[in-house]
Every structure is written in C-alpha cells, then in structure tokens.
Design a protein around this ligand. Structure first.
Ligand code: ADP
Ligand code: ASP
Ligand code: MG
Length: 815
C-alpha cells in the first residue's frame, strides 16, 4: 500500500480537489491500496487560529465562521450530485455548530488554553477530510472518513505534541485489520492525549501523520503531494531559479527542512527513515512530474550541495565571560535549561577561544531565554564571571546542505566568496559536525540577495543573472539595449547568462523593474512610466534593491556619474563604462577608484575607453597579469585623425579633407575637439596608468597638429578660414612625406614611463603605414613580443562596436 498526503493548497479549491480525486482514483485503480491523508483547506488553520484568539478577546468570529462554511459548502455544491448533498451539508453543519459552541465558550471565559486552541484548529482537517471522502464516495463506494486523533496518541504538549509510538502503532495496526478494504481519508496534523483530548503535531504536521501511518502499515512509499515540483534547491518564492532535486537522503531532507524548507515537516523523515520507506514529494498540479525521492542514499549529483535553505527571522544571543564559558558543564547547564523550558535552539557556535557562545533562537523565545539565563546564572553574573547576555535581532540563517560537501573541498570558501562579493556581512558561522551543512547568520535585509547569490555560486552550471542599471540612453546606450535584447536567447542557451536591465535613466527620466525592463520597448515605457530622473536617487534605489550580481553601466559622456563610482563599489556593485572621465582625471582619483573596486571584490571594466570595442585594455591587462613587461606602446587611437591623414594624399587639400570629414559626421561639431588631440591624450593616459605608470594629464607631451592661429580662432567659421590659410604648411608636410615615400601619422607613444603624441612620418616598414579609413591601431612591444610587436587593429569608433565592447565587459563581470 501507499500513503498519499495532500497539503492545504491541494485541497484548497474545487479545481484542486478535482486534481486530487484523479490522482487518488488512478492509484486506487492501479491496485495500490492508497491511504489518503489530507490537510485542512489552505488558509483554514490560520483562520481558525485567528478565530480562537479573537474569541478570547471577544472579537466577533461570525463572519469568519460563515466564510468557513461557504468554502466547504461550495465544494459540496460543485462536486457532489444534488441528491447526495443534504446529509453532507448536515454533517458539516453539525461540526461547524460544535466549533461555534467551543468558540463561544472561549469567548465567555475570555481565555484560550493551548488545549482549546488545538481542539479549535483540529476542525480544519476534520472538515476537509470528511468533505473530500464524501466527494470520493460517489466514485469509490468504500471511501471512508477517519479521524486520526483516535489513532495517534501523544503527550499533552498542545500545539506541538510528542507522539507515543507503541500505543500509536498498536492502534494503527488494528486499523489495518478492521478497515482493510476501505479507501481511508485520514485527518492530518491531529492526535489526542491519554485523556482523549485533541492535540496537534506542530504546524505542517500532516506530513508527519502520513509518515506515521506509512511506517506502521509498511507502505511502499509515502507520497507528499503539494504545489511545487518536489524539494527544490531553494525556496522558489525567493530564488526564481530554484529547481527540483530528483534525489535526497533522509538526512539531507531533514536538514533542509529544519532550516526552513517548508515543503516538508522535519519530523516526517524519522518514521520513514527507520523503516526505510521512500518519501516522494510530488506536485498535484503537475502529476506527471516525478518529483523528489527522499531515500537512504543521497544519490549522485552534479552539484556539490543539494540545496540552500533559510529561516528568515532569528534572534541571536551572545554570552561571554572568561570565568565560565569553556569550563566543563557550562554548556550542558545552559542548553539543558533551554531545552527544559522548550526553547528551541536553532544553531550554536562557540568561538575558538571558548570565551563566548553564540546561539540562535526564534525571536519569540529570545526575551524568555535571556530571563532564564539571568536567573540560572545569577551568581556568576554577580561575580562578573559572565557578562549580561546580549540579543541581536533582525537576523536570518542561511544554510547550505548536502552530503557531497564532505567530499568536496572549498565549499565554505565558495559560500563566503559569494557572500563577500555581494557585500553581505556574516555574523556567525556554524558547521554541523556531520559536515552535512554549513550555516551562516546574516542580516535579515540581505537574505533574498544572499540566497540568490549563493544559489548562483553553487549551481553555477545554471544560468547566472546579471542585474544592470544603466545611465545614458544616447547612441551607445540604446544600441546596447538592442544588442542585449537580440542576444538574450543566445546568451541564455550558450553561456547560461541572463541580463536583466533593472534600471534605466537618462537626463530626464528614470525607470526601475526588478524583473527586467522590456528592451523591445524601453523607450516608450521610460517615457510613459518613468519618474523624473535624479542620479543620486537612481543610485540609492539601485542600492536599496540589493540585487546579486549587480552592475552599474555608465554610457554617458558626463562627469557626474563618475563621482559616484567609489560609492557604488563600496556597495559591492561593479561598474562598466565607456566614459573616459573617471580614468583620465588626476592619478590619485584613478588609483583610489581602482583600489576601492579591488578592495570590495567587484569589477571595474572600461574596455571601450580606448579603441571602442577593440580588445586593448584587456590585452594590456592580460600581458601584465601574465608577468610580461611593457617596453613600448605605440598607437593611433583617434579614428577621426586617422581618417583625415589617410585621405590627405594626392591633390586633396587639408582644408577640404577636414571639411569633408565633418560633412560625413566623422568629426565633432568643432573639428578642433578631435584635432586638438585631447581625447587621444586621455586614451594614452589610461593605457600608461594601466601599464603601471603614475602619470598626470599635464605630463603628457601633446604635440600639435594645427598651427596656433587655427587653435586660437574664436569660432568654427574662423577656424576654417585659418585652416585655409594654413594650406601651405600642410602641403609642405605632405610633399615632404611623399618625396620620402612616407605617410603622415599622428602617433601616441609610451616609452620609459613617458607619454608623447606627435605627428610623424612613417615609411612602409612601419606597421602603421598601411592603416586605412578611420581604423585604430596599437602595437605592444614587450619582453615577450620584442622582435615583432603584438598589434591590434580595427575600427575604433562607432555606436555598434562601442556598445558591443560594453556588452562584452558586462558579460565578463564576475566571471
Ligand atoms: P502543503 O500545503 O502542500 O503542505 P506547504 O505550503 O506546507 O505545502 O509547502 C510547500 C511550499 O513550500 C511551496 O509552495 C514553497 O513555496 C515552499 N518552499 C520553501 N522552501 C522550499 C523548497 N526548498 N522546496 C520546495 N518548496 C519550498
Ligand atoms: N493544516 C496544518 C497546518 O496548516 C497542518 C498541515 O497543513 O500540514 O499547519
Ligand atoms: Mg506543509
């Protein structure tokens, strides 16, 4: 036989009860002789608890009672043929009347004992099981309702009663004889004490009921049917990427559920474990999915851990004192005291000096625990052998669990790296002696971020989500959005990376969406739903969203965003930018930025600062990292200047070439912004700094292209007038070059820590001789590349290649 247990959501609605009936019928028809355990309809246990508490305060409960009646009656109306409905209504009504009388009793006494509360909540399971058994009776005549409180015997610890095994076993066994041919619908969650008073087994206890029956009746399996595809790698409400684990060992399941995986109640594993009966967690709403099997062996797995679970609300109590802690007997006294008073200690850690003990309890127990400790250790406190216990609140526990952990080194390293990289402070650590779990205590505000970051770290084969906050929606920004949008599926399929743009701002408007802004339509959404832009608010909101793998992208040409970079690094958020301003200011600023990023373990990527999408910054970094030494860098890093000199040949005049370049959109509105060489200077400066030189902008030797008169002209028109006059000068240059079979190039050079940029004439032996169009070129002469330098050449400007460079940086964040 098999036990099939269905949770509250499985019996929560008319439709779901329909699904339950199908599953049970199928098992019955297959000859599996199922025994069914049902929970109360979803929300009913909470509602009954509230009604009980209200009654004690004389707060009316009639509406709630009516609501309860309607929910059950509605099922009867829709799922039982009219001619069979009346006796079912009558019986349900009788139960509800009894409940009302009890509530009235509580109300007149103005007192709610734990015993009355258990009696009141027990109606949830009794109503649902009776009701569903009657629905089933229409199809399978020997369906029968069974009140498990007559069979599960417990102590009198109401609310969380302890099961008395021997007597329970005898009673359930007798059932096997008397009701052998019945299809039983058994109330989960409830039992009774020796006086026959109803008790409950703890919230979520219907799972336990199923295991108790399954173990006594030697079931072939205990199936826990719920609303998810099994035991998942993390709580799916917090970690969207959580996935179902096919196999867990009893201990793994126990550990995961103990640390908060609500899908199964921890004690459930014990009876099953003792009889080696597999527990299978399955989805009522996806009955064909195999779910999770919980069995003796942990099974092979591609991952070092099985799951991550958490308890969101925890208080931590610290005790210290050189005179007491560490002395034999102290811990014994402490934890015996807490156990005796029914305070559940979730986790304990002891410092290596043994002068302090830290333990975690549920927040509702914290004050009581402190009082108990103060009373028990009064003498020690007075003698200053122990300091007054302190309580820290608003904490959470996160635990990683898996039997494979003990065979895999580096697990705690991976855990702490993921937390550290995301700026999550660990308050305390505990590792179970079985090495089956590592638990950490962290601030509650970081729990969701931590779970997602740790999930990404341990299930790395799975897709990683990057959350992008982008400022600047000009040419590059909007091209980047298009590229991300177009590459979305490819990246997911081939690189397991998903990029979600969670924030966009331009100078007018800003917009946020944790689920990722729709990039096919971002502009309209930004326009219609965006708020008034404010950079400081944008950054505050980004920080407050507290997302893992978070990247700030600066696609502006403004200085303002760069003033926030350090602050952003300090919040453990990476920065990717095509904006050169931050790296080309003072050296002190450059250094401080890079140091801060390094210190916080985040990335600062700016490949597009030099040569747009061409791999230049990265190549330099790789050369340096691999221990090579830069001897010389030579480069042409201005596409505009390249274009101009490449076309300044034959009969063309310099004036015409510049005019033409401007007409084609290759220059800034004032061509002197290009020809002045400042932009080129910034790029050389950044390369020199990345190559390890502490250089200031003023130290760069920037040779002029234009004669003084051109530079001094007060308007663009005047500039052109001057340029026309300078034709003679440029023609002379050109003729000299041509007569020597050379070409004119504006070349930046880094050598011996000195940067110079100047016009040069190079012959055909020079690698820059054959440069065409607006291409950039850079050659690295290093210890290793000495004979023939390493050359990178290609288009060094344009929205498409620049956005692609930003994109490549993004994908590399955290890699
Ligand atoms: P039931 O009513 O069927 O007993 P519960 O609400 O008690 O269901 O447990 C199922 C819920 O547990 C799921 O809907 C899910 O939100 C939550 N849950 C938390 N952690 C996990 C996990 N690691 N795996 C699966 N579910 C989890
Ligand atoms: N109905 C009970 C509860 O909500 C028992 C259960 O669902 O397992 O806790
Ligand atoms: Mg449950």
């Amino acid at each position: 036989m098999k036990v099939l247990k269905f949770g509250g959501t499985s019996v929560g609605t008319v439709e779901s009860i329909g699904a339950v009936l199908d599953i049970v019928k199928k098992a019955y028809d297959a000859g599996e002789r199922p025994l069914v355990v049902l929970s109360a309809m979803s929300g009913v246990t909470n509602l009954l608890t509230k009604m009980a508490e209200n009654a004690a305060e004389r707060i009316a409960f009639d509406d709630d009672l009516k609501f309860l009646e309607e929910r059950h009656f509605d099922v009867v109306k829709k799922l039982i043929a009219v001619k069979f409905q009346n006796p079912v209504f009558t019986k349900l009504k009788l139960m509800l009347n009894e409940l009302e009388e009890i509530l009235q009793g509580v109300s007149s006494l103005k007192e709610l004992s734990a015993q009355s509360k258990d009696l009141i909540v027990s109606f949830g399971e009794r109503l649902s099981n009776y009701m569903v058994s009657k629905v089933m009776e229409q199809y399978i005549a020997n369906a029968l309702f069974l009140d498990a409180s007559h069979y599960i015997k417990t102590d009198s610890n109401f609310g969380n009663a302890y099961v008395q095994e021997d007597i329970t076993q005898q009673l359930i066994q007798s059932l096997g004889h008397t009701h052998a041919d019945k299809l039983l619908f058994v109330t989960g969650f409830i039992g009774s004490n020796e006086k026959g008073r109803i008790t409950t087994l703890g919230r979520g206890g219907s799972d336990y009921t199923a295991a108790i029956f399954g173990a006594v009746l030697n079931a072939s399996a205990i199936e826990i049917w719920t609303d998810v595809n099994g035991m998942l790698t993390a709580d799916p409400r917090i970690v969207k990427k959580a996935f179902s684990q096919p196999i867990l060992s009893y201990t793994e399941a126990m550990e995961l559920s103990y640390f908060g995986a609500k899908v199964i109640y921890p004690p459930t594993m014990i009876p099953a474990f003792l009889k080696k009966i597999p527990i299978v967690i399955r989805n009522t709403f996806e009955p064909d999915f195999t779910g999770t099997v919980i069995q003796f062996e942990s099974g092979k797995s591609a991952f070092p851990i099985k799951g991550i679970s958490s308890i969101s609300d925890i208080s931590v109590i610290n005790l210290s004192g050189s005179g007491m802690i560490g002395k034999s007997g102290f811990s014994g006294r402490l934890f015996t005291l807490l156990a005796r008073e029914q305070i559940n200690v979730v986790l304990i850690t002891q410092s290596s000096s043994e002068h302090s003990i830290t333990f975690a309890v549920h927040p509702s127990d914290a004050a009581k625990a402190v009082k108990l400790i103060e009373a028990e250790f009064e003498l020690e406190l007075e003698a200053n052998k122990l300091t007054v216990p302190t309580v820290e609140e608003d904490l959470s526990v996160l635990a990683i669990v898996g039997e494979n952990m003990k065979r895999t080194p580096g697990m705690s390293g991976r855990l702490f790296y993921a937390l550290g990289r995301n700026g999550i402070n660990v308050r305390a650590i505990a590792q179970g002696s079985s090495e089956l779990n590592i638990s950490v205590i962290i601030g509650k505000e970081n729990l969701s971020k931590a779970l997602n970051a740790v999930h990404d770290a341990f299930f790395a084969q799975l897709k990683k989500t990057l959350y992008v906050f982008n400022v600047g929606t000009g040419n590059i920004g909007s091209t980047l959005f298009r590229q991300i949008h177009e590459q979305h599926d490819f990246l997911l399929d081939n690189n397991d990376i998903e990029i979600k743009v969670a924030g966009i701002s331009n100078s007018r408007k800003m917009l946020f969406d944790v689920n990722g802004i729709d990039l096919s339509n971002w502009n309209d959404v930004l326009e219609s739903n965006g708020e008034v832009a404010d950079l400081s608010t944008f950054i505050d909101r980004m920080k407050a969203m507290n997302l893992p793998n978070c990247v700030f992208v600066d696609n502006t040409a403004s200085k303002l965003p760069s003033t926030y970079y350090e602050d952003i690094f300090r919040s453990n958020i990476s920065v990717v930018t095509c904006n050169k301003i931050a790296n080309s200011g003072t050296y002190e600023q450059y250094k401080s930025l890079h140091d801060t990023a390094r210190k916080h373990g985040v990335d600062f990527f700016y490949e597009t600062n030099v040569g747009a999408g061409l791999p230049i910054v990265r190549v330099l970094k790789d050369l340096m990292l691999s221990g090579d030494r830069i001897v010389k860098i030579e480069a042409i890093l201005s596409g505009t200047i390249s274009y101009i000199f490449n076309n300044f040949v034959g009969d063309a005049s310099f004036y015409e070439v510049v005019k033409n370049a401007q007409a084609l959109g290759y220059t800034e509105p004032d061509p002197r912004d290009d020809l002045g060489g400042i932009d080129f200077m910034r790029k050389m400066l950044i390369l020199a700094r990345d190559a390890g030189h502490a250089i200031e902008p003023t130290a760069v030797d920037l040779g002029p292209i234009l004669p003084q008169a051109c530079l001094q002209a007060t308007s663009v028109d005047d500039f052109y007038a001057e340029l026309l006059k300078a034709d003679q000068y440029f023609n002379a240059l050109k003729e000299k070059a041509e007569s020597e079979n050379k070409v004119i190039r504006y070349i930046g050079k880094l050598e011996d820590g000195h940067v110079a940029i100047a016009l040069e004439m190079v012959d055909e032996m020079h690698p820059f001789y054959s440069l065409s169009g607006s291409d950039n070129i850079i050659s690295f002469t290093t210890e290793r590349y000495k004979e023939r330098p390493l050359v990178v050449k290609g288009p060094g400007a344009g929205a498409e290649v620049t956005a692609a460079g930003v994109f490549a940086d993004l994908v590399n964040v955290g890699a």
